[in-house]
Design a protein around this ligand. Structure first.
Ligand code: 5MM
Length: 336
């Protein structure tokens, strides 16, 4: 017998990472910061309060059958500490519903000295202690998002290196604490650049992230990568899914290790139909890792607008979420 946390047993983290991406199911990103969530609620006509944020997240995660398409749910710290109406904590409730609870541990972005108009993601100070507390509260995995903007010569080499370094330190701290790190380097879609430019920049970013993760001794088999798909800029004509898929797989295969636990794409603000079509095309191509989704907006936007804070609209909102999850889940005979 041992009194070590199960995640810290040999193979524990790798098993959790595999479980996040298995079976054609994905990850629901419901970890909008208090600021972002409050704005999205207000835009939907819902007063932004802690209780409305709680009620909205509870309706999402309790949608009947969500676990048929979702392996894990990313929460922000406020939600991690909140409770379902029946008194269970969110981590306990999500676990009881057959999914893994996760926690966004970055604290946002700050201007990066030496890189005008660029940012570095913050949250490393005290992270080992915070991660240990999040494990005690029931979290099994974590997420950290770095953002890179394509504009002129940006992103700069310095911004790419600084953010890759921070992602690697985060991932190492999380694995040491018993949390599977989701590593999210997002090259934003905003802009009018062609697909080739996104491919070049995404390759630079992912190569730097891979180098930093290796330098930090991060176990790839206990890590899930959450990258952008390689699309043209949002202000240009939408690229064909087959072209997005080819470019995305070419870039990923050239830059990230084959033994990653999995790749779970972000949706990047694309309409749900576009994100789903691109993911489906990517899944048609051979890849060394399981490929799935870790979408935020492409899963939840229709649900939020169906709900609008009306308790009577909860079933409609849940149906809207489940429809988006079904659109993206790719059932496979793999064991859970
Ligand atoms: C759900 O949004 C996440 C948190 O955003 P903020 O901290 O900025 O409020 C975000 O990290 C999200 O997980 C990713 O951007 C992917 O979301 P999309 O909507 O692009 O799939």
């Amino acid at each position: 017998m041992t009194d070590r946390h199960p995640a810290l047993l040999p193979g524990g983290l790798r098993a959790t990472a595999r479980r996040l991406v298995t079976g054609g199911r994905g990850v629901l990103a419901a970890d909008e910061s208090v600021t972002t969530m409050s704005k999205r609620l207000a835009d939907a006509g819902v007063p932004a309060s802690a209780e409305h944020r709680r009620a909205y997240r509870e309706l999402l995660v309790t949608a009947d059958g969500l676990a048929d398409g979702v392996n894990g749910v990313i929460l922000c710290e406020e939600t991690l500490r909140q409770r379902f109406a029946d008194g269970r904590t969110f981590p306990a409730g999500i676990t009881g519903l057959g999914m893994l609870p996760g926690i966004k541990v970055d604290t946002g972005t700050a201007p990066l000295a030496g890189a005008p108009d660029e940012t570095v993601t913050t949250g490393l100070d005290g992270l080992p202690e915070r991660a240990a507390e999040f494990v005690a509260l029931g979290a099994r995995f974590a997420k950290w998002r770095a953002v890179f903007r394509i504009a002129g010569d940006l992103p700069s080499t310095w911004a790419v290196r600084a953010n890759a370094h921070a992602l690697a330190r985060y991932a190492a701290d999380c694995q040491r604490a018993g949390l599977v790190p989701i590593v999210e380097p997002e090259v934003l879609a905003e802009g009018a650049h062609p697909l080739d430019r996104t491919a070049t920049v995404t390759a630079r970013v992912l190569a730097a992230v891979t180098t930093a993760l290796t330098d930090a001794g991060v176990d790839p088999a206990a890590t899930v990568l959450k990258p952008n798909m390689v699309t043209a800029g949002a202000d240009t004509d939408v690229a064909e899914p087959a072209a997005v898929a080819r470019a995305t797989l070419d870039v990923l295969r050239a830059t990230v290790p084959d033994d990653l636990a999995g790749v779970a794409f972000l949706s990047g603000g694309w309409p749900p139909v576009t994100a789903a079509a691109n993911l489906a095309a990517i899944r048609e191509l051979p890849a060394p890792w399981p490929v799935t989704f870790s979408f935020g907006r492409a899963l939840v936007t229709p649900a939020l607008h169906a709900w609008r804070g009306d308790p009577g609209a909860v079933p409609a909102a849940q149906a809207a979420l489940l429809a988006e999850v079904r659109r993206n889940a790719a059932p496979s005979p793999e064991a859970a």
